[in-house]
Design a protein around this ligand. Structure first.
Ligand SMILES: C[S@@+](CC[C@H](N)C(=O)[O-])C[C@H]1O[C@@H](n2cnc3c(N)ncnc32)[C@H](O)[C@@H]1O
Length: 229
C-alpha cells in the first residue's frame, strides 16, 4: 500500500481521511524534530530529487510579497534552506542570503552549490540579530506548537523594527508523522489561519499578511505568511 500523500491528515493523530495506515512509529526517546532532521540527513538526495528546483506560482508570489520594497543590501537569513532553491531565486534578484539548515547533509549540499551556509537549528540555537528578512519555507511545519511559539518569539527579537518573517505552513488540523516523499518518518504540525494569527500576536508581531493557497503538487492547502515586526 503506498504511503499517504504529502499533507494528508496526520498519521499519528486522528484517523486519516484517506484511510491510509499510520507511518512507522517513531522512537519515543528522541524528540520529533530531531528524528525529522535525522530522516532528512539520511535521505537528503531523495528530498532533492523529489522537490521542484524552480521558484514559481504561489511560492514566487509569496517570496515577492516578502521582498516588496526591501533594499538589495538587506540583511537576510534563511532557516531550513534545504538545497537552496529559494536562496538562488533571491540571489537572482540581487539579494545576498545567508543560508542555514539543521540537517548536516543540507549544509554540505548548500556549500557544494556555492552558497554561504552554516548549521543552525531554529529551535535550539540563537539567531543573529538586526535582520531585515528571515525566511523559512516549509520548515516550521516540522515543529510542535510550543516550538513554533518559541521560534516566532526568537524571530521577532532577531528582526529590526519593520523587518519581516516570511514562513509557510501546511493548512489543516492536528499533527502526526508521514513517511511520504522520504520513505522515512517526518513530524508535521498543521495550522489554521486563526491559530497563526494568535501565535504571531503573542510573539509581538505588529501585523500579519497570510494567504491560504492550494499547491497542486501535493494536493495540500498551504498558509503563505509574512509577519512584520
Ligand atoms: C520541507 S524541507 C524545506 C526545505 C526548503 N526550505 C525548501 O523549501 O525546499 C524542511 C527543511 O527544514 C529543515 N529543518 C527541520 N527542522 C529544522 C530546525 N529545527 N531548524 C532548522 N531547519 C530545520 C530541514 O532540514 C529541511 O531543510
Amino acid at each position: 500500500m503506498p504511503p499517504p500523500a504529502d499533507g494528508q491528515p496526520p498519521t499519528a493523530a486522528p484517523p486519516s481521511a484517506d484511510g491510509q495506515p499510520p507511518a512507522a512509529a517513531p522512537s519515543m526517546t528522541q524528540d520529533a524534530n530531531a528524528q525529522t532532521i535525522g530522516s532528512y540527513d539520511q535521505h537528503a538526495q531523495r528530498f532533492i530529487d523529489g522537490t521542484p528546483h524552480e521558484v514559481s506560482g504561489a511560492v514566487k508570489e509569496w517570496l515577492d510579497r516578502a521582498l516588496a520594497g526591501v533594499p538589495r543590501d538587506a540583511r537576510i537569513l534563511e532557516l531550513g534552506s534545504g538545497f537552496g532553491r529559494d536562496a538562488a531565486y533571491l540571489q537572482g534578484l540581487g539579494y545576498q542570503v545567508r543560508c542555514t539548515d539543521a540537517t548536516p547533509a543540507f549544509v554540505r549540499e548548500l556549500r557544494s552549490r556555492g552558497f554561504t551556509a552554516s548549521a543552525l537549528n531554529a529551535i535550539t540555537d540563537d539567531l543573529p540579530g538586526e535582520l531585515d528578512v528571515l525566511l523559512a519555507n516549509a520548515v516550521l511545519l516540522h515543529f510542535t506548537r510550543v516550538e513554533f511559539a518559541t521560534v516566532l518569539a526568537k524571530a521577532r527579537r532577531a528582526l529590526r523594527p519593520g523587518g519581516r518573517f516570511a514562513f509557510t505552513l501546511k493548512a489543516g488540523d492536528g499533527e502526526g508523522w508521514s513517511t511520504e516523499k522520504l520513505s522515512a518518518p517526518r513530524f508535521f504540525c498543521y495550522w489554521r489561519e486563526a491559530q497563526v494569527r494568535d501565535a504571531a500576536a503573542a510573539a509581538g508581531f505588529a501585523s500579519l499578511n497570510i494567504r491560504e493557497v492550494p499547491r497542486h503538487t501535493s494536493g495540500t492547502d498551504w498558509l503563505h505568511t509574512v509577519a512584520t515586526a
